[in-house]
Design a binder for this molecule. Structure first.
Ligand SMILES: [Zn+2]
Ligand SMILES: [Zn+2]
Length: 254
């Protein structure tokens, strides 16, 4: 099971407006789309995914008066899975009386604009489903919002994929998109702290380097940086600048 989770703090989720209803298990997962227009520009801009998820949460909190975003997870084109309410919490998106039956996974596609789900979205949905089965006591069902509820959701394209059993797309998994360079050097000493440090540490950890993903760039991060730089054949100054940053995502894994 490989899942690339975007934790709530990573997308600057607002705090819930109350307590969640706990959920022991579900029959499975229901798949959703946004129902509105999704800007196709998000396919090449993960920051656009983050902004969209934040706006959906704001709509559910302030417009619908829900305790939180209605979805358990959100799947984006970059094969990443946003943590919504998460596991073992009752979602709100399936419709009255239908929430306890299934976790709710939103795909970032819409009824106009980005309509056809990119492969990364489909992979991310399957990642979320496997994660919910493994850790959230979700059963085998994969359904669409329109199953048992009068709605177009999740759109014809996603729904036909769901009906085919939600297979993973053929072909290689797309490489992760490089996040934009934070615009400052990550170095030690003194310790550099921030979400940009955490982003880099998480990527290095994904590449197999052993380091704490704690948002603090200290001696351990510097040593990992040096080792990586040597392996990449660039100056091993132990400082994450634009080149070292880009290589962390773009360089082939060995
Ligand atoms: Zn829906
Ligand atoms: Zn994304």
């Amino acid at each position: 099971m490989a899942i690339d989770l975007v934790l709530r703090r990573d997308w600057s989720a607002r705090a819930p407006h109350g307590d969640y209803t706990q959920l022991e298990s579900t029959k499975g997962v229901k798949v959703h789309y946004t129902g509105g227009r999704v800007d196709p520009g998000i396919v090449s801009d993960h920051d656009g995914c983050v902004a969209l998820v934040r706006s959906i949460q704001a709509h559910h909190l302030d417009g619908n008066g829900w305790v939180d975003i209605g979805y358990s997870f959100v799947a984006c084109p970059h094969k990443r899975v946003f943590e919504g309410r998460g596991l073992h919490r009752l979602p709100a998106a399936n419709g009255p009386g239908l929430n306890a039956g299934h976790y709710a996974v939103l795909a970032l596609v819409g009824s106009s604009g980005l309509v056809e789900p990119p492969d990364g979205v489909l992979h991310a949905i399957v990642d979320a489903v496997e994660y919910a089965r493994e850790l959230g006591h979700a059963g085998k069902e994969i359904k669409g919002h329109r199953d048992g509820y009068a709605t177009e959701c999740p759109g014809d394209s996603l729904y036909s994929w769901v009906r085919r059993g939600a297979p993973r797309p053929d072909g290689p998994t797309p490489p992760p998109e490089t996040p934009s360079f934070p615009g400052r050097l990550l170095s030690y000493p003194p310790v550099t702290r921030g979400e940009d440090v955490r982003t880099w540490q998480r990527q290095m950890s994904r590449r197999g380097w052993e380091l704490a993903v704690d948002g603090a760039y200290g001696s351990q991060s510097r040593d990992v940086c040096r080792g990586f730089q040597r392996r990449q054949g660039v100056v091993d100054d132990g400082i994450v600048g634009p080149v070292t940053w880009r290589l962390a995502w773009a360089a082939p894994s060995t």
